[in-house]
Each structure stands twice: as C-alpha cells, then as structure tokens.
Design a protein around this ligand. Structure first.
Ligand code: ZN
Length: 709
C-alpha cells in the first residue's frame, strides 16, 4: 500500500495537489488504484449476483450507480490528472509512464463495461418504472451504452459481434495509415528556374514553411531561393493552393491531393467497403435497420429524415448564394486573366484568396493590439455576469496555497450572486492555462473536466480551460512587458471553450452521471460553446473589451465590419460543402453497397446535387474521409451543422428581443442559464432546448448570421 502523503495521485480530497505530482509515482499508484477498484467492483458484483428482487429499486439504484461512483472516483481522479498533465506538461518520461499504464486502464474499463451482473441490474432498473425521470435517463443511457457494446448478445451472435468490433478497429487503423502513408509518400520539390519567379510571389510565411520542409534533403534551401518542398498535409497544401500563382503547379498538386489513398498499396476503397458492410452487419445483430439508426440511438436528432430535411433546407437556401459566390469568383478571375475561359477546380482556392484579399484586407497583426488577454477576460466575465448572474474572481493562488502545474496558470472562482442582499455563494472554480509552450503542451484549445459536480462525493465542479496564445514578451531589459495579445481566432476560441466550461460549472444536477456536460448527447454538446462564440460578432460586446493595449482606443467600426465580412466570406459555398459531406455520410451508412465502383458514382452523384461546381473525375475524397471511416463521426458528420443551427437559433432568441434591450436580455440570459447551462444531461437535449426556445430549432438564424438571407 502506497502512502497518500506527498503523492498527488492519491491525495484526492479538495483541489489537486500538483506540487506532489511525480512521474515516478504514476505506474505504482495507478496499479494500486486499479487493483483497489477492481476488488471493490468484484464485491459489488457479488451483491448483484443475488436475486435482484432481494433489493428494492432504490437500493438497487444506490448499489449500481452511487456505489460505482464511489468505487470509480479515486482511479478516475488520478488518471484524469495524469492525462491532463500529459497534454500540458508533456515529457518523454511522462508519455512513457502514461503509455505503460494505459493498457491496464483499458482492461479494467472493459471488464466493468462487460459485466453481466451489472448489466442485468441496469436492465432491471430500466424496466422497473419506479425511477425518477432523472434516474430513468441515467439508467437508459447506461443501458444503451452497454447494449451497443454487444453485452446483450449470446452464443454465435456474440462471437460474431466481437469479431466485427475487432475487425473494425483494425480497418479504421489501416484506413488512417493509408491516408498518412499517401501523404508521406508524396513530395514535390520545386527548384526549376521557370517556377522561381512564380514561387517568389507567395507570402513569406508559406515560403519559410516550404523551405524548412525541404531542408532535410536540401540543407541549403532558403525561403527566397528554394528548393521548396510541397506535401499533401493541411498546413502545407492549403497555403500552396491559395497562394501559388503557377496554374501548372497548382493543378499537379491539386490532383494528387484529391486522389489521396485511392490507389496502389494505399488504396482505401476496399477498406471503405468492408467498414460499411461490417457496420451494417453489426447494426443488424443489435436489431437495428442500419448504422444510422445505431448512431442516432445516442443522439439528439430523432431520425435520419429529420436531419435530411434540415440539411436539404439549408442547401436550398444557401445554393443561390453559393452560385453568386462562384459567379463573382469567375468574373474576378476573368478580370485578371481576360484570356482564361474556365475557372478550374485547382483555381478556386487561389482566386478565392486573391478576391478575399482585394475585398477585405485584414491582417492578424492589425487586430491583435486590441485584444490584450486581460481585457478579453474581463469582457468575457462581464458578459457572463450580465447574462448569467455569476461573478468570476481571480484567485491569488500563491497566497491561498493553491497549486498549479505552471506559473502562468491562473485560477478563478465562480460565485452565484444574490442581488437582494448582495451576497454570493461559491459554486465552481477553474484553471486557465493561457499561453503556448511548444514541446510540452498540445496545440489547440480545450475545456476538460477536472472534478464533476456530485452529491455522492460532495464535490463542486472544477474545470481546466486550456488555450495556446502567445505569452507576454519583454523586448529588452529596459522596456515594459508587452502583454499577451490574442489574435481574433484565439478570442473566439476562448469564448467557445468558456461556453463548454459554463455548462460544466453552472450545472445544478448533482448526480455526476448527468451533471454538466456528462450525458449530453454528442450532437448537442457544442450548443453552449458555439452560442458563446456569437457574442464575439456582436459589436457592442466586442467593443466593450477590444481596447488597444497602448492607447486604450476601442476597436474602430470599420475593423469590426471587416471581421463580419470575413466571417461570411463564401459562406454559401462552405455551407454546401458541409451539407454534401453530411448527406453522403448518412447515405453510405444507411444503404447496402455491393461493389467498389459504386463509391465513385455515389460521390459524384452527391457532388452534382449539392455543390455548385462538379468534382474532378479523379476525385476520391471518400478515400481520405477519416472523420467517418477512422474517427467518431460515422453517421454523425451532420453534427457540425446541427450544432451550428442550434447555437445560432439560440442566439437568435437574443437578437429577436433586441440586443440593446438590456433588461430583457438579462432575463433571457437567466433563462439560458436555467435550462441549457443548468440541466446538463438530466433531460433529453430537445426537451431542454424547447424549454429555452419554446420550439424546435430552425435554420433561419444560421442563414441570417452567415449573411445567407
Ligand atoms: Zn467545442
């Protein structure tokens, strides 16, 4: 038995004790916690093997749900700390310790999720008709999760199910490996004289990137003179297609890009066929018609028809705008090149970028001085206070003996504020890790749960908010610190992650399996986060905090207008693209596909129907559609648009009453808090949404906010 003192993984009362975290503790602590929780789970199973009728329904609920929460807590706590630190303070040693413990964690999770006694108890509860609505919902989702993992099957069906699960895991790995390999195996070095003048017209950042990539083979490469290496991964190909003036080069790279993983050793077509067939067979074993039904059994969307209707509606309304975008682009091209007749597919990104630059030139550098991080945070917290009646206060963690994983991390408490007697109650806390630390911290931004609100464990919510802004800089010893200036995307991202955080922290549900973001259907999870993003495009809100860090000047209106125009630039075309992907995904997962050639014709058919420009005959986009064949989005790609529709529609409620009507906005903000932010996964998201909006979401607000109405 390890001693809990001086071991952050075992000290799980109160706030995390990061000062006692040591990599050397990981393996032994995790092993010990697994052993402990496994023993406790075995004795729980013992109790559940007794005839279930020996227990009253409330005793049984207490055993299966509350008892498991207590059993799981120490291990979950420790493992979430390890995972968190792996993403913000990574090192080879930490990664090694993590990887060594991971299989044991998976093994333990598999054991509990496949426990027959446990499943029977859940089933008994599900069918009892004696649970409260909240308990019923918790039990229903636990049941569904276990059911979809095949636990209810027996004999040869069970064997086949397990075989399919195994094969699908291998196939999705092969799928992504093929995509990765086909990217890796393509390289274009540009060094010929005839291309040099053309290459030199490209932006400096792109040339630096291409030259850096070429250095392995040509150590003398320079951004100015090449050679430059172009590859098919996003960070390389996007700037290339958007900026390379040579049509010949663009065509060559574009054609390679759209036929990724579709031939030779890396051909994904046979794999797609196997994946789709196996998912269909698995759906049948579980008693569903197809994989779409399986996917939707755990989503907010009620049926394929509902999604198809909404996506088609979006398509119909966005198409004229997309057509206009396209015509404008063609005219623009002809203006530059009067002899060029056709806007080819490899021309689209290039002229689109040029047109955008000519219409709304707006550089990150122009905006950044208006977004010093402290001012942005102040504005964000002010907004939260006005809308949701919470007070957010930064805590001086050094003074309060609170520990963090890096000196830059900030710590905040959220209070409920009572106007009647100006009193406040502490309801949640969060860490904010604002700056990038290349080499030890993952890129991007995210909100992660540190501690879940829980009655059983007597816990208030605690969250991690992680961003990757540029740290404050000191130019020289004698100058002042220049504060961290955020670019506009980082501001939007901060609002987004804070929205997730609000749902986690403002929950009033005390059953940890349904509190905060827990148990919220996957296609509804982005509602609060995207809702918060909308405020960045609201002039008054933005102007309340976008103040120049040196002069204090508020962001000028013309800059604000440029932000709006840029947001909506070619929104018609990008909407159609998302609809095209979403519809194709649903079709493929609800129809039996017999032969490999069919994929190509299906893709062409959907492109013809949903896009304004036909795809190239070489286009094999499906072969690299990793979201649905190697990620979690199969029969779920629609979620991107779905979440956007809902979040815009929710924001639309605020627009409808007029954003200048402060008092009514305040009341509506409270309503948003009391429904969407408070109820978490305790009710079906449609029900929660209707409590807030009084109706189902529709696409109008999304169209309006994207300039498509
Ligand atoms: Zn999100």
């Amino acid at each position: 038995m390890l001693s809990a003192s001086n071991n952050a993984l075992l000290l799980n009362n109160g706030l995390p004790q990061f000062q006692f975290f040591e990599i050397a503790h990981i393996q032994s602590s995790i092993s010990q916690l697994i052993q402990q929780s496994h023993q406790q789970f075995l004795s729980l199973e013992e109790k559940l093997i007794q005839p279930l009728d020996n227990y009253s329904i409330s005793e049984l609920y207490q055993l299966t749900i509350e008892e498991t929460e207590k059993i799981d807590y120490p291990l979950n706590y420790a493992w979430s700390m390890v995972s968190h630190l792996k993403s913000v303070s990574n090192s080879p040693e930490l990664r090694k310790a993590y990887e060594e413990s991971l299989p044991k964690i998976i093994e333990e999770n598999t054991y509990t999720s496949q426990s027959q006694p446990f499943f029977h108890a859940i089933k008994r509860l599900k069918e009892s008709n004696e649970l409260s609505p909240l308990q019923q919902r918790i039990i229903d989702s636990s049941y569904q999760g276990m059911f979809l993992s095949g636990i209810g099957l027996t004999g040869s069906e069970k064997d086949r199910f397990n075989q399919i699960t195994l094969s699908l895991g291998e196939l999705s790995t092969s799928f992504s490996n093929n995509v990765l390999d086909s990217i890796k195996n393509y390289e274009l070095y540009i060094s010929e004289e005839k291309y040099k003048s053309s290459m030199k017209e490209m932006p400096k950042f792109a040339l630096e990137l291409f030259s850096q990539a070429a250095k392995e083979k040509y150590p003398d490469s320079s951004p100015e003179n090449g050679p430059w290496k172009i590859s098919l991964d996003g960070p390389s190909i996007m700037p290339f297609l958007s900026h390379c003036p040579s049509e010949e080069l663009r065509k060559q790279v574009y054609l390679a890009f759209i036929s990724k993983a579709s031939n030779g050793k890396e051909n994904n077509i046979p794999i797609i066929k196997q994946i789709l067939n196996l998912k269909e067979e698995r759906a049948h074993l579980l008693g569903y018609k197809n994989h779409v039904e399986v996917s939707l059994s755990e989503k907010m969307a009620s049926s394929q028809d509902e999604i198809v209707k909404i996506l088609n509606d979006l398509h119909d309304k966005a198409k004229p705008y997309a057509q206009n975008d396209m015509n404008e682009l063609i005219d623009f091209m002809k203006n530059i090149h009067p002899t060029k007749e056709i806007l080819e597919l490899w021309d689209v990104s290039y002229y689109s970028e040029k047109l955008k630059e000519s219409k709304y030139e707006l550089k990150d550098e122009e905006l950044k001085p208006y977004f010093p991080i402290d001012s942005v945070l102040k504005g964000l917290f002010q907004l939260a206070q006005e809308l949701f009646n919470v007070q957010i206060e930064e805590v001086n963690w050094k003074e309060e003996n609170i520990h963090v994983w890096h000196p830059d991390v900030k710590f905040f408490r959220i209070y409920d504020y009572f106007e009647e007697n100006s009193s406040k109650t502490h309801i949640a806390s969060f860490y904010l890790d604002p700056y990038s630390r290349p080499g030890e911290k993952n890129g991007g931004a995210w909100m992660d749960v540190c501690i879940q609100k829980s009655k059983v464990m007597n816990k208030l919510p605690l969250a991690y908010l992680i961003c990757n802004g540029s740290p404050p800089i000191q130019a020289s010893e004698n100058t002042c610190m220049k504060p961290s200036l955020m670019n506009f995307n980082e501001v939007v991202t901060l609002f987004h992650e804070f929205g997730h955080g609000l749902q986690h922290m403002l929950t009033i549900i005390e059953d940890s399996l349904a509190s905060g973001i827990q148990n919220v259907e996957w296609d509804a999870v982005e509602l609060p986060s995207q809702f918060m993003e909308n405020w960045c495009y609201h002039e008054e809100t933005l102007k309340s905090f976008a103040k120049h860090y040196e002069t204090g000047e508020t962001i000028p209106s013309d800059l604000f207008q440029k932000i709006i125009n840029l947001k909506n630039y070619h929104a018609g075309m990008s909407t159609l693209r998302q609809v095209y992907f979403g519809m194709m995904d649903l079709y493929l997962h609800s129809n039996s596909i017999q032969n490999e050639e069919e994929f190509i014709s299906i893709q062409r058919k959907f492109a013809e129907k949903y896009l304004v420009k036909n795809i190239a005959s070489e286009d094999r986009f499906l072969c690299a559609f990793s979201h649905i064949f190697a990620g979690g989005y199969s029969a779920g790609y629609y979620s991107y648009k779905w979440a956007e529709i809902m979040s815009c529609d929710a924001f639309g409620a605020f627009e409808e009453i007029g954003l200048e009507n402060k008092e009514e906005i305040r009341l509506l903000g409270r309503k948003f808090r009391n429904t969407i932010l408070s109820l978490g996964g305790s009710k079906h998201p449609s029900e929660v949404y209707e409590m807030f909006r009084g109706r189902r979401p529709n696409v109008d607000a999304l169209l309006r906010q994207n300039g498509l109405l």
